[in-house]
Design a protein around this ligand. Sequence first.
Ligand SMILES: [Zn+2]
Length: 271
Amino acid sequence: MTPPPLVDIGLNLAHDSFDHDRDHVVAAARAAGVHCMVITGSTLESSRAAVDLARSAPDTFRATAGIHPHHAQGFRDADLSVLRSLMLEPEVGAAGECGLDYFRNFSPHEEQERVFRLQLELAAETGRPVFLHQRDGHDAFMAILREYRPRLAAGVAHCFTGDERELRDYLDLDLSIGITGWICDERRGAHLRELVRRIPIERLMIETDAPYLMPRDLRPKPGGRRNEPKYLPHILRTVAACRGEPPEAVALATTRNASAFFGFENSLLID
Ligand SMILES: [Zn+2]
């Protein structure tokens, strides 16, 4: 039996570290069973690039269109119409990534909150689900998200690394949860290895966040530091082992979830 195809729901394929070998990276991922990939947009420019890449192979890719909280500061009201039209492109599967990052604080909190709200408003308007980022800003994030949630189609808390309370809050809002190679880190990811069991399988998705977050326990250790979507099966196996479930079952469920969320139904024929 061939293993179910996988979907990487978070891949920064427009990143310049892929400029010299992007096609090769995608081919290697597909050869490893990662048939579909969602290309993260985090600025207007990278969202545009993500849409262009997605358009080049619409069976393989979806894009997200949004402004990462790191880049909130430069976002002007005049940019809003550009972002709205990007979100409406047929290749776009979700609005984002958007949210709050109070860990690095590259933008002031008020600016992050302003731009987060603007994007939730656009997501509600356009009917796009949201691709969410949150670090060290859980309470403020929840307060804003709770306001908008009734008007949002769906949402995924991407790269979840939080604690039990955060997980419970997200699940209460009917969010899906994206798990990255963070879970492969014996030290930093220890709590996640327990918590991942508490995610209902119909809420679970997997992602590499490449080129970031290389799984730390890959053997043999890859030469460079650049993470790639071809390592998604490794994350899948770790998630499955932590949950005590067969990898095939987790593959099938996460692919089904991601397919419905991002609109891959026509390229992934799974039953
Ligand atoms: Zn993120």
